[in-house]
Design a protein around this ligand. Sequence first.
Ligand code: TXA
Ligand code: MG
Length: 318
Amino acid sequence: MSIISKDISKAVALLNAEEIVAIPTETVYGLAGNIYSEKAIKSVFETKQRPFFNPLIVHISSVDYLSQIVEHIPKKAKLLAEAFWPGPITLVLKKKNTIPDVITAGKDTVAVRVPNHTTTLELLRQLDFPLAAPSANPFSSISPTTAAHVETYFKDNIKMVLDGGACKSGIESTIIGFENDQPIIYRLGSTAIEDIEAVVGEIQIKNKKEIAPDAPGMLERHYAPKTKTILTDNILGMVDQYKGKRIGIITFQSEIANSNIEVQIALSKTGDLAESASKLYDVLHQLDKMDLDVIIAEKFPEYGLGKSINDRLSRATK
Ligand code: TXA
Ligand code: MG
């Protein structure tokens, strides 16, 4: 029997009983549990096979709730929360003592966001506690953007996927930490840097070597299909190199005429980066099921969400 359901009250009952439930967000599906239940949080880590040193994101229902989670809100954090929440930005701030150490992997900071999804906002409003939720995929594999993706991964391990349709943004939230009250990007994501800079001024991207392994989203191999995957700005050259193999390609807009290609998918025929981001993981899931020898992806333009798409594709190729 399918574990996919639209029944919010069923999700409330399970979460109140310290069980975990997969929930929809605008970015990717999350594997959620009560932040104050040791049992639920332990089962999030175990189900995902996620190492305990990797902290989780706390999901809250409104900007007002933030002061119950964090100790201090820098001015620029407040500006970002007001500008983008509900939405795909996660803020890493000094945690309150009441936030359990298992959520933060012992760190004195906590990651928090308000997801922009009506079903999950309604769910959060019906609960007396926030939800900790990493992306609902086994550690290092492709993140899920539909309820069916989650069911394929976890049908034997969890009781319910709360169905909220396909995720609109399609890649994870942009994570922003604060050092001396100044924002710094820990992980590229669904909110473009240019949009963030319009609110807080110029912002640096933290060197990934400095963050890993604290932020597994920053680990070099992550978001990865099982099929060998290559990111290139010379698609035809690569296709030539793999001649005779079963080749799948992912492009931004263009169709490529070449008889060596078995399957090709353009992420946005109109050249829309947001549309491309929303389809990226689903296309990777599809191609990964086709028994191909290689997936060759075209490099996206290095601006806006193109930067975030390139980040995920490059981690899929390691
Ligand atoms: O869009 C998203 O952010 C999705 C949805 C479900 O909200 N969640 C998500 O969670 O991508 P996850 O666990 O796959 O990635 C969370 C990232 C990890 O890289 C983790 O290390 C980082 O957030 N993180 C969490 N707490 C942190 C902290 N205190 N300091 C630095 N990084 C932190
Ligand atoms: Mg993840």
